[in-house]
Design a protein. Structure first.
Length: 264
DNA sequence: ACCCCTGTTCGGCG
DNA sequence: CCGCCGAACAGGGG
């Protein structure tokens, strides 16, 4: 489910709990989701703290609690957030439950490719500061993009768009949508884009990211019918523009759909 | 039953 | 040594 817009929507699903204290933290420390995390500290520090605010950056979320406590969540492939009534009993895949007086904040992740992090300290956590500039920020400049593409010059552009160190929040469907709009064939090596194509890529990256934040990210509504994403998983998926059959192939380890007429 | 999957990490190999 | 690629992680849905 989660790329940057879905992550933004997921983040807001815990908003009903803003300003309220945590009465209990329920988790099983053995779960893969907590790999590398001090779950004892997480439990000990978070209880009786107030949920102050949250933020999304790329595919990561940061939940800020009183007493200098920071909870990081990555949804992986199958993770999601929701709230439940206070007396709710967790299911097998509900790996983290934060109890408040009026409700429970729940993180579910069946496949456990996601991750929970915890940090106690005055400053924002190091793993949060390390996230690359968001693609809709000013720091995602044409020259930064040019440099990143040069550094990964031999890889297919599709694979490079999936690198979170350059395109935080971009995942499989967004990468396909971006390349389709920029008229770039997904096999093209990143170092072999013309200046014109590079600018088209920069524009479409920002467009797809901003427009999906305004639909999916705002209220989980669908982007316009003219987007590629509606057709890309269909067996007989067609290019929204030419109505010809999309090509499909594994590139950079992921199923990729593209229009052979639009993208060259 | 079988195949596929909106993600990341790690080890092998060129 | 660098960097790409496939496999592995694990469960649910078509």
């Amino acid at each position: 489910m989660p790329e940057l817009a879905e992550v933004e929507y997921a983040r807001k699903r815990w908003n009903p709990g803003l300003g309220d204290e945590l009465l209990a933290v329920e988790l099983h420390e053995k779960k893969r989701i907590f790999r590398g995390t001090d779950t004892r500290a997480l439990r000990r520090c978070l209880v009786r703290q107030k949920f102050l605010r949250s933020e999304a950056r790329g595919k990561q979320m940061l939940f800020v609690f009183s007493g200098d406590n920071w909870l990081g969540i990555h949804l992986g492939m199958s993770g999601n957030l929701r709230t439940e009534p206070a007396r709710f009993g967790p299911g097998v895949h509900d790996h983290l439950v934060l109890r408040q007086g009026e409700r429970a904040l729940v993180f579910r992740d069946a496949r456990q490719f996601g991750r929970v992090r915890f940090h106690h300290g005055k400053e924002t956590p190091p793993w949060w500061n390390a996230i690359a500039p968001e693609v809709h920020s000013r720091d995602f400049s044409k020259s930064a993009l040019r440099e990143f593409l040069r550094r990964h010059g031999r890889a297919p552009i599709k694979a490079v768009l999936l690198l979170q160190s350059g395109f935080p929040g971009i995942g499989n469907w967004m990468a396909d949508e971006i390349l389709w709009r920029a008229h770039i064939v997904p096999h093209r090596r990143a170092g072999e884009l013309s200046e014109k194509k590079l600018i088209a890529l920069w524009r479409s990256t920002r467009f797809v990211s901003l427009a999906s934040l305004r639909t999916i990210g705002r209220d989980n509504s669908e982007p316009p019918r003219t987007w590629l994403l509606h057709d890309r998983w269909k067996r007989e998926g067609k290019c929204p523009k030419h109505k010809i059959k999309l090509r499909r192939e594994t590139i950079g380890g992921r199923t990729t759909a593209w229009c052979p007429r639009c993208q060259r």
